[in-house]
Design a protein around this ligand. Structure first.
Ligand code: UTP
Length: 297
């Protein structure tokens, strides 16, 4: 049974400056919730009730968001505003939250390594704090199921256009009997399109065997001078004796990188359209907006 989720959220968010100068990118609102709340909700929905967030300097708002806010709660109680009171309380009741600071953001691999004392010797999930999976397209539950059956580690993959491959970790993979599951034979971080083994990109969800910690401990800084999780997974995929096989679940649902400005806008539009309260009015406005844009083309 996998119970623990690790959410790395210590990155600097430079792609979103100046918004992220004093505000963590994970706190930027997607409709009316900070992006990170969707990620914690996803972990909780997959049964992961213990969440460790990897944070750093300037990330205090993350801790405050998942804590109680008694002042606000009593003000809303006095006003009799039960609906908003529920919204304020929701985020503090999702999971048991823990925090550890990364100190220097020395890469995603280093962030995951910071979780070792908390996770111990059991498989665990990693959800990147700026990667938003649409709640209507569950991915993590499928990954946990595959890990339970196959053992080892499981990463989430998505087919991307060849010109996008250089933005991701990229997998060499073999088919299995399941159409959405592949066996990973190699991984390379942000390859040149000419050297990419496939168009299968690693996205921000992982279910990892704890042997990854031993490998990360001896992983030298790689691309960009950072300790890369991809490099450690490449080592695990290359030697099953270390920690079992590495499989990939190929995801074809809706996923947004909220650290990227274009994808952030798409996340807001995509999720706002589906909202019962805001959706009908917003869709109507959007249809007019698009019609006007097309008329102008
Ligand atoms: P990104 O590659 O998006 O880097 O990290 P970043 O620093 O957050 O953002 P940009 O590229 O400067 O805009 C992927 C994930 O890994 C976490 C980030 O918080 C994000 O969830 N991360 C990255 C860490 O926790 N620590 C690190 O040292 C690096």
């Amino acid at each position: 049974m996998i119970k623990k989720a690790v959410i790395p959220a210590a990155g600097l968010g430079t792609r979103f400056l100046p918004a992220t100068k004093a505000t963590p990118k994970e706190m930027l609102p997607v409709v009316d919730k900070p992006a990170i709340q969707y990620v914690v909700e996803e972990a909780a929905a997959a049964g992961l009730s213990d969440v460790l967030m990897i944070t750093g300097r300037n990330k205090r708002p993350l801790e405050d968001h998942f804590d109680r806010n008694y002042e606000l709660e009593s003000a809303l109680t006095r006003k009799g505003d039960a609906e908003r009171l529920l919204k304020v309380q929701e985020s503090s009741e999702l999971a048991t939250m823990h925090y550890v600071r990364q100190g220097d953001p020395r890469g995603l691999g280093h962030a995951v390594l910071c979780a070792e004392p908390h996770v111990g010797d059991e498989p665990f999930a990693v959800l990147l704090g700026d990667d938003l999976i649409d709640p209507r397209d569950p991915l993590l539950a499928r990954m946990i199921e595959v890990q339970g059956r196959e053992g080892g580690s499981v990463v989430a993959l998505m087919e991307v256009a060849p010109e996008q491959v250089h933005l991701y970790g990229c997998a060499a993979a073999e088919r299995t009997g399941d159409p959405d599951v592949v066996r990973i034979t190699g991984l390379v971080e942000k390859p040149d399109p000419a050297d990419a083994p496939s168009n299968l990109a690693v996205i921000g969800r992982y279910v990892l065997d704890p042997s990854v910690f031993g490998v990360l401990n001896r992983t030298e800084p790689g691309r960009g001078g950072e300790i890369q999780l991809t490099d450690a997974l490449q080592e695990l995929a290359g030697d099953e004796k270390l920690g079992g096989p590495v499989h990939g679940v190929v995801f074809d649902g809706r996923r947004y990188d909220t650290g990227d400005r274009g994808d952030y806008l798409r996340a807001i539009v995509g999720l706002a359209c589906e909202r019962e309260d805001l959706g009908p009015g917003f869709r109507k406005w959007l249809r007019h907006f698009v019609a006007d844009e097309m008329a102008g083309d």
